[in-house]
Design a protein around this ligand. Sequence first.
Ligand code: ZN
Length: 343
Amino acid sequence: MRRFCILVFSLLGIYNAYAQVDSLSVVADTLALPSGSDIGFTMFARGNGAPVDTLDVGDRRIRIVLRDDNTWYLIKNVEALENDELFTTYWSEHVVNPYTKEPFDSIHYRTTICLVDSVSSFVCPHKGKVFSKYGIRHGRPHTGCDVPYPTGTPVYCAFDGRVRLAERHRGYGNLIIVRHENGLETVYGHLSRIDVKPGQWVHAGDLIGLGGSTGRSSGPHLHFETRYRGHAFDPEWIVDFESGTLRKNVFVLRRSYLSAHSKYVPQSIDEEEEIYMTEEQIKAEEERIAKERAAMKYHTIRSGDTLSGIAKKYGTTVSHICSLNSGLKPTTTLSVGRKIRVK
Ligand SMILES: [Zn+2]
Protein backbone atom coordinates (compact mmCIF):
# COMPACT_ATOMS: atom_id res chain seq x y z
CA MET A 1 0.00 0.00 0.00
CA ARG A 2 2.84 2.36 0.90
CA ARG A 3 4.46 1.64 -2.45
CA PHE A 4 1.17 2.35 -4.14
CA CYS A 5 0.90 5.72 -2.38
CA ILE A 6 4.46 6.62 -3.39
CA LEU A 7 3.58 5.74 -6.96
CA VAL A 8 0.52 7.96 -6.87
CA PHE A 9 2.57 10.82 -5.43
CA SER A 10 5.05 10.45 -8.27
CA LEU A 11 2.19 10.44 -10.74
CA LEU A 12 1.01 13.67 -9.17
CA GLY A 13 4.41 15.08 -10.04
CA ILE A 14 3.82 14.15 -13.67
CA TYR A 15 0.40 15.72 -13.39
CA ASN A 16 1.93 19.00 -12.18
CA ALA A 17 4.33 19.00 -15.10
CA TYR A 18 1.39 18.74 -17.47
CA ALA A 19 -0.95 20.93 -15.47
CA GLN A 20 -0.45 24.04 -17.55
CA VAL A 21 -1.33 22.35 -20.81
CA ASP A 22 -4.01 20.40 -19.10
CA SER A 23 -5.87 23.25 -17.47
CA LEU A 24 -6.62 24.77 -20.88
CA SER A 25 -8.60 21.81 -21.98
CA VAL A 26 -10.16 20.31 -18.88
CA VAL A 27 -13.81 19.51 -19.43
CA ALA A 28 -16.04 16.91 -17.93
CA ASP A 29 -16.23 14.25 -20.58
CA THR A 30 -17.11 10.63 -20.94
CA LEU A 31 -14.66 9.07 -23.33
CA ALA A 32 -15.02 5.40 -24.06
CA LEU A 33 -12.20 3.12 -22.94
CA PRO A 34 -9.33 3.00 -25.38
CA SER A 35 -9.39 -0.22 -27.37
CA GLY A 36 -7.40 -3.01 -25.78
CA SER A 37 -7.90 -1.79 -22.23
CA ASP A 38 -8.84 -4.43 -19.75
CA ILE A 39 -12.27 -4.47 -18.25
CA GLY A 40 -12.14 -3.19 -14.70
CA PHE A 41 -10.20 -0.04 -15.45
CA THR A 42 -11.59 3.27 -14.37
CA MET A 43 -10.73 6.42 -16.23
CA PHE A 44 -9.87 9.77 -14.81
CA ALA A 45 -10.25 11.93 -17.84
CA ARG A 46 -8.53 15.25 -18.51
CA GLY A 47 -8.72 16.91 -21.88
CA ASN A 48 -10.57 15.99 -25.05
CA GLY A 49 -8.08 14.38 -27.42
CA ALA A 50 -8.18 10.87 -28.76
CA PRO A 51 -6.09 8.25 -26.92
CA VAL A 52 -2.85 7.60 -28.81
CA ASP A 53 -0.57 5.77 -26.42
CA THR A 54 -0.49 3.99 -23.08
CA LEU A 55 2.42 4.37 -20.68
CA ASP A 56 3.37 1.52 -18.43
CA VAL A 57 4.23 2.95 -15.01
CA GLY A 58 5.64 -0.31 -13.65
CA ASP A 59 2.49 -1.22 -11.75
CA ARG A 60 -0.24 -3.05 -13.59
CA ARG A 61 -2.83 -1.38 -11.39
CA ILE A 62 -2.24 1.99 -13.03
CA ARG A 63 -1.52 3.23 -16.53
CA ILE A 64 -1.25 6.64 -18.11
CA VAL A 65 -3.06 7.15 -21.40
CA LEU A 66 -1.76 9.94 -23.63
CA ARG A 67 -4.03 11.88 -25.96
CA ASP A 68 -3.30 13.54 -29.29
CA ASP A 69 -3.93 16.98 -27.75
CA ASN A 70 -1.01 16.52 -25.32
CA THR A 71 -3.30 15.77 -22.41
CA TRP A 72 -3.43 12.53 -20.49
CA TYR A 73 -5.45 10.56 -18.01
CA LEU A 74 -4.94 7.74 -15.56
CA ILE A 75 -6.67 4.41 -15.66
CA LYS A 76 -6.79 2.00 -12.78
CA ASN A 77 -7.52 -1.69 -12.54
CA VAL A 78 -8.65 -2.78 -9.07
CA GLU A 79 -8.59 -6.42 -10.17
CA ALA A 80 -4.80 -6.24 -10.29
CA LEU A 81 -4.97 -6.20 -6.49
CA GLU A 82 -6.29 -9.76 -6.44
CA ASN A 83 -3.18 -11.27 -4.85
CA ASP A 84 -2.54 -8.39 -2.51
CA GLU A 85 -2.31 -9.57 1.09
CA LEU A 86 -5.06 -7.14 2.01
CA PHE A 87 -7.56 -9.13 -0.06
CA THR A 88 -6.31 -12.60 0.82
CA THR A 89 -5.75 -12.54 4.59
CA TYR A 90 -8.49 -12.20 7.22
CA TRP A 91 -10.91 -12.72 4.38
CA SER A 92 -14.31 -14.26 5.15
CA GLU A 93 -17.49 -14.17 3.14
CA HIS A 94 -19.71 -14.88 6.16
CA VAL A 95 -18.07 -13.42 9.27
CA VAL A 96 -18.66 -9.71 9.93
CA ASN A 97 -15.34 -9.32 11.76
CA PRO A 98 -12.73 -11.85 10.58
CA TYR A 99 -9.92 -10.07 12.48
CA THR A 100 -10.85 -11.38 15.95
CA LYS A 101 -7.58 -13.31 16.35
CA GLU A 102 -5.50 -10.21 15.76
CA PRO A 103 -4.47 -8.56 19.04
CA PHE A 104 -5.62 -4.97 19.40
CA ASP A 105 -2.10 -4.00 20.50
CA SER A 106 -0.78 -4.93 17.07
CA ILE A 107 -2.56 -1.90 15.59
CA HIS A 108 -0.28 1.15 15.43
CA TYR A 109 -1.04 4.22 17.53
CA ARG A 110 -1.54 6.11 14.32
CA THR A 111 -2.18 4.79 10.84
CA THR A 112 -2.08 7.03 7.79
CA ILE A 113 -4.79 6.16 5.31
CA CYS A 114 -4.91 7.59 1.78
CA LEU A 115 -8.66 7.98 1.30
CA VAL A 116 -8.52 9.52 -2.16
CA ASP A 117 -5.82 10.48 -4.62
CA SER A 118 -5.59 11.03 -8.35
CA VAL A 119 -6.85 7.52 -9.12
CA SER A 120 -9.04 6.70 -6.14
CA SER A 121 -12.22 8.62 -5.54
CA PHE A 122 -14.98 8.75 -2.95
CA VAL A 123 -18.72 8.76 -3.41
CA CYS A 124 -20.97 9.35 -0.43
CA PRO A 125 -23.31 6.34 -0.09
CA HIS A 126 -26.12 8.77 0.67
CA LYS A 127 -26.27 12.46 1.47
CA GLY A 128 -28.32 13.31 4.55
CA LYS A 129 -28.35 14.34 8.18
CA VAL A 130 -27.13 11.61 10.51
CA PHE A 131 -30.05 11.02 12.89
CA SER A 132 -28.40 8.43 15.09
CA LYS A 133 -24.70 8.88 15.62
CA TYR A 134 -21.86 6.52 16.35
CA GLY A 135 -21.25 5.91 20.04
CA ILE A 136 -22.94 4.45 23.09
CA ARG A 137 -26.70 4.34 22.51
CA HIS A 138 -29.01 3.20 25.31
CA GLY A 139 -26.02 1.66 27.04
CA ARG A 140 -24.96 -0.35 23.98
CA PRO A 141 -22.35 0.47 21.39
CA HIS A 142 -23.75 1.78 18.11
CA THR A 143 -20.86 1.19 15.76
CA GLY A 144 -22.07 3.23 12.79
CA CYS A 145 -24.05 6.24 11.61
CA ASP A 146 -27.73 6.04 10.71
CA VAL A 147 -28.87 8.10 7.76
CA PRO A 148 -32.55 8.31 6.70
CA TYR A 149 -33.07 6.21 3.62
CA PRO A 150 -36.38 5.68 1.84
CA THR A 151 -36.77 2.02 0.88
CA GLY A 152 -35.59 1.50 -2.67
CA THR A 153 -33.08 4.37 -2.67
CA PRO A 154 -29.77 3.39 -4.36
CA VAL A 155 -26.83 2.67 -2.07
CA TYR A 156 -23.48 3.59 -3.61
CA CYS A 157 -20.12 2.11 -2.75
CA ALA A 158 -17.93 4.67 -0.97
CA PHE A 159 -14.47 3.67 -2.30
CA ASP A 160 -13.00 1.25 -4.82
CA GLY A 161 -12.62 -2.25 -3.46
CA ARG A 162 -13.83 -5.82 -3.28
CA VAL A 163 -17.09 -7.08 -1.81
CA ARG A 164 -16.28 -9.36 1.13
CA LEU A 165 -19.72 -10.15 2.50
CA ALA A 166 -23.18 -9.77 0.96
CA GLU A 167 -25.95 -11.61 2.83
CA ARG A 168 -28.54 -11.36 5.58
CA HIS A 169 -27.03 -11.02 9.07
CA ARG A 170 -29.31 -10.90 12.13
CA GLY A 171 -29.50 -7.31 13.45
CA TYR A 172 -27.91 -5.85 10.33
CA GLY A 173 -30.57 -7.35 8.04
CA ASN A 174 -29.34 -7.44 4.44
CA LEU A 175 -25.71 -6.51 4.80
CA ILE A 176 -22.84 -5.63 2.48
CA ILE A 177 -19.24 -5.27 3.59
CA VAL A 178 -16.67 -3.97 1.11
CA ARG A 179 -12.92 -4.04 1.72
CA HIS A 180 -11.02 -1.15 0.17
CA GLU A 181 -7.46 -0.83 -1.04
CA ASN A 182 -6.91 1.95 1.51
CA GLY A 183 -7.23 -0.75 4.20
CA LEU A 184 -10.67 0.24 5.43
CA GLU A 185 -13.90 -1.68 5.23
CA THR A 186 -17.29 -0.02 4.77
CA VAL A 187 -20.45 -1.66 6.06
CA TYR A 188 -23.96 -1.09 4.68
CA GLY A 189 -26.86 -2.45 6.77
CA HIS A 190 -30.69 -2.84 6.68
CA LEU A 191 -30.79 -2.97 2.85
CA SER A 192 -33.95 -4.03 1.01
CA ARG A 193 -31.89 -5.48 -1.83
CA ILE A 194 -28.32 -6.68 -2.38
CA ASP A 195 -26.92 -6.23 -5.89
CA VAL A 196 -23.38 -7.56 -5.44
CA LYS A 197 -21.67 -10.86 -4.68
CA PRO A 198 -18.67 -11.65 -2.46
CA GLY A 199 -15.42 -11.42 -4.39
CA GLN A 200 -16.81 -8.86 -6.83
CA TRP A 201 -14.65 -5.79 -7.53
CA VAL A 202 -16.46 -2.49 -7.23
CA HIS A 203 -15.66 1.13 -7.86
CA ALA A 204 -16.59 4.16 -5.80
CA GLY A 205 -20.09 5.17 -6.85
CA ASP A 206 -21.18 1.73 -8.05
CA LEU A 207 -24.74 0.81 -7.15
CA ILE A 208 -24.43 -2.06 -4.66
CA GLY A 209 -27.98 -2.34 -3.29
CA LEU A 210 -31.10 -0.52 -2.22
CA GLY A 211 -31.93 1.06 1.12
CA GLY A 212 -34.50 -0.55 3.39
CA SER A 213 -35.42 -1.57 6.91
CA THR A 214 -34.41 -5.22 7.23
CA GLY A 215 -32.98 -6.62 10.48
CA ARG A 216 -33.22 -4.76 13.78
CA SER A 217 -34.45 -1.48 12.39
CA SER A 218 -37.15 0.94 13.45
CA GLY A 219 -37.68 2.35 9.96
CA PRO A 220 -35.99 2.70 6.56
CA HIS A 221 -32.43 3.90 7.06
CA LEU A 222 -28.87 3.09 6.12
CA HIS A 223 -26.60 1.90 8.90
CA PHE A 224 -23.15 2.83 7.64
CA GLU A 225 -19.92 1.77 9.33
CA THR A 226 -16.24 2.37 8.70
CA ARG A 227 -13.90 -0.27 10.05
CA TYR A 228 -10.18 -0.75 10.31
CA ARG A 229 -8.94 -4.30 10.89
CA GLY A 230 -12.35 -5.29 12.22
CA HIS A 231 -12.75 -2.34 14.59
CA ALA A 232 -15.36 0.30 13.87
CA PHE A 233 -14.60 3.99 14.20
CA ASP A 234 -16.94 6.95 13.86
CA PRO A 235 -17.53 7.43 10.09
CA GLU A 236 -17.91 11.14 10.74
CA TRP A 237 -14.15 11.34 11.22
CA ILE A 238 -13.91 11.06 7.47
CA VAL A 239 -17.35 11.75 5.96
CA ASP A 240 -19.48 14.86 6.20
CA PHE A 241 -22.83 13.25 5.41
CA GLU A 242 -24.72 16.53 5.09
CA SER A 243 -22.55 17.77 2.24
CA GLY A 244 -21.78 14.26 0.99
CA THR A 245 -18.03 14.96 0.98
CA LEU A 246 -14.88 13.66 2.59
CA ARG A 247 -13.44 15.78 5.36
CA LYS A 248 -9.87 15.04 4.23
CA ASN A 249 -7.97 13.19 1.53
CA VAL A 250 -5.50 11.60 3.91
CA PHE A 251 -6.79 10.44 7.26
CA VAL A 252 -4.64 9.79 10.30
CA LEU A 253 -6.48 7.09 12.18
CA ARG A 254 -5.57 6.97 15.85
CA ARG A 255 -5.94 3.66 17.62
CA SER A 256 -7.99 5.43 20.27
CA TYR A 257 -10.70 6.09 17.65
CA LEU A 258 -11.41 2.35 17.43
CA SER A 259 -13.88 2.39 20.30
CA ALA A 260 -17.56 3.25 20.67
CA HIS A 261 -16.45 5.67 23.39
CA SER A 262 -14.51 7.74 20.86
CA LYS A 263 -16.87 9.95 18.89
CA TYR A 264 -15.84 12.35 16.17
CA VAL A 265 -14.82 15.77 17.47
CA PRO A 266 -13.93 18.56 15.06
CA GLN A 267 -10.37 19.58 15.79
CA SER A 268 -7.55 21.53 14.28
CA ILE A 269 -4.29 19.66 14.12
CA ASP A 270 -1.09 20.17 12.20
CA GLU A 271 -1.99 17.75 9.44
CA GLU A 272 1.43 17.70 7.83
CA GLU A 273 3.03 16.76 11.11
CA GLU A 274 0.33 14.17 11.76
CA ILE A 275 0.90 12.55 8.41
CA TYR A 276 4.64 12.47 8.02
CA MET A 277 5.97 11.91 11.52
CA THR A 278 5.97 8.51 13.18
CA GLU A 279 5.35 7.95 16.89
CA GLU A 280 9.03 7.18 17.33
CA GLN A 281 10.11 10.30 15.43
CA ILE A 282 7.84 12.53 17.50
CA LYS A 283 9.01 10.94 20.75
CA ALA A 284 12.67 11.23 19.73
CA GLU A 285 12.21 14.83 18.62
CA GLU A 286 10.49 15.83 21.85
CA GLU A 287 13.16 14.14 23.98
CA ARG A 288 15.92 15.80 21.98
CA ILE A 289 14.35 19.25 22.41
CA ALA A 290 13.81 18.74 26.15
CA LYS A 291 17.38 17.54 26.63
CA GLU A 292 18.76 20.41 24.59
CA ARG A 293 16.73 22.95 26.54
CA ALA A 294 17.88 21.54 29.87
CA ALA A 295 21.50 21.79 28.74
CA MET A 296 21.29 25.30 27.27
CA LYS A 297 23.48 27.98 28.87
CA TYR A 298 23.64 31.70 28.14
CA HIS A 299 26.18 34.36 28.88
CA THR A 300 25.53 38.08 29.08
CA ILE A 301 28.35 40.09 27.49
CA ARG A 302 30.21 42.36 29.89
CA SER A 303 32.72 45.05 29.15
CA GLY A 304 36.06 43.50 28.12
CA ASP A 305 34.59 40.11 27.13
CA THR A 306 36.07 38.35 24.12
CA LEU A 307 34.71 35.25 22.41
CA SER A 308 37.88 33.31 23.13
CA GLY A 309 37.68 34.31 26.79
CA ILE A 310 34.04 33.25 27.01
CA ALA A 311 34.81 29.95 25.24
CA LYS A 312 37.59 29.24 27.71
CA LYS A 313 35.36 30.09 30.69
CA TYR A 314 32.65 27.64 29.60
CA GLY A 315 35.03 24.95 28.37
CA THR A 316 34.00 25.22 24.73
CA THR A 317 35.31 26.69 21.48
CA VAL A 318 34.69 29.93 19.60
CA SER A 319 33.42 28.07 16.54
CA HIS A 320 30.94 26.08 18.63
CA ILE A 321 29.57 29.27 20.23
CA CYS A 322 29.23 30.77 16.74
CA SER A 323 27.35 27.71 15.53
CA LEU A 324 24.85 28.13 18.37
CA ASN A 325 24.13 31.79 17.63
CA SER A 326 22.95 32.67 14.17
CA GLY A 327 24.85 35.56 12.65
CA LEU A 328 27.64 35.42 15.25
CA LYS A 329 31.15 35.29 13.76
CA PRO A 330 34.57 35.23 15.48
CA THR A 331 35.06 38.78 14.19
CA THR A 332 31.72 40.12 15.43
CA THR A 333 32.00 43.04 17.83
CA LEU A 334 30.33 42.00 21.08
CA SER A 335 27.95 44.62 22.44
CA VAL A 336 27.65 44.82 26.19
CA GLY A 337 24.38 43.38 27.49
CA ARG A 338 23.88 40.98 24.58
CA LYS A 339 22.97 37.45 25.58
CA ILE A 340 24.68 34.70 23.67
CA ARG A 341 24.22 30.98 23.94
CA VAL A 342 27.38 29.23 25.02
CA LYS A 343 26.11 25.61 25.44
ZN1 ZN B 1 -27.33 2.00 13.05
